[in-house]
Design a protein around this ligand. Structure first.
Ligand code: 6PG
Length: 231
């Protein structure tokens, strides 16, 4: 059974708690290994946490390499780009050089080659992996009943989303399983029943891919945690 999530009163406090969690884990990894491979989630929920993280004092940003858990097949300047969101919310604010921010080139027409290139870029293990949870229980771009869920060898594969932007690149279950520290940031009443199923329900990651992160640290707001007490 997964450990209890860390519950914040509201989305503002969730951003503060999530930023502090990421900051602490980045500092630890940098202290331990002199570097930190940090992989960020896309979507809308983590953005305020990234903005807060950008204001954290004394961060070892010179030791940090940024990766992504997934990306949409859009240019890096597109509003739907996870890379763009992370640049605006964090990367450009802390002055991380471009060569240490690794975008998934999901808009490459040869998406298989782009997946292989990114897999080659990834370290053996991510030090800190941040994920989210979609309304259908997906995480990264691992959607329910997706063939990518059965992937045991490749680290990055093309994926198709049931909602636009359809074409994606995503990390695979082995990358999630091997991450040294893992957090899932999710919020809102609409996700409450789903969160209860993911954390307390029977093990069925084919239907609820976010369960692949069940043993991680879940950072949620009170609205999303509302159905947990009942379980
Ligand atoms: C993406 C994400 C995805 C996201 C969830 C939750 O590219 O869409 O990486 O896995 O985390 O869809 O998104 P929200 O935070 O917007 O609810």
């Amino acid at each position: 059974m997964s450990s209890d999530p860390i519950v914040a009163a509201d989305e503002d406090e969730l951003a503060r708690v999530a930023a502090a969690w990421i900051a602490e884990e980045v500092r630890r990894a940098a202290a331990r290994a002199g570097r930190c491979a940090l992989a960020l989630s896309g979507g809308s929920t983590p953005r305020p946490a990234y903005e807060r993280l950008a204001t954290e004092p004394g961060m070892p940003w010179s030791a940090v390499e940024i990766y992504f858990g997934d990306e949409r097949a859009v240019p890096p300047t597109d509003p739907a780009s996870n890379y763009r969101m992370a640049r605006e919310a964090l990367v450009d604010r802390v002055g991380l050089p471009a060569e240490r921010v690794h975008r998934m080139e999901a808009d490459d027409p040869d998406v298989e080659a782009a997946a292989a290139r990114y897999a080659a870029l990834l370290p053996d293990r991510l030090d800190v992996l941040v994920l989210g949870m979609g309304p259908d229980g997906h995480t990264a771009s691992l959607f329910p009943r997706s063939p990518a869920l059965g992937e045991t060898r490749r680290k990055v594969v093309p994926a198709r989303s049931p909602v636009p932007p359809v074409d994606r690149l995503t990390i695979t279950p082995p990358v999630i399983a091997s991450a040294r520290r893992l957090a899932v940031i999710t919020a809102g009443a609409a996700k409450a029943p789903l969160l209860a199923q993911v954390l307390r329900g029977p093990w069925r990651p084919e239907e609820l891919p976010a369960q692949l992160a069940r043993e991680g640290t879940w950072l949620v707001d009170r609205a999303a945690a509302a159905a947990l007490a009942a379980r």
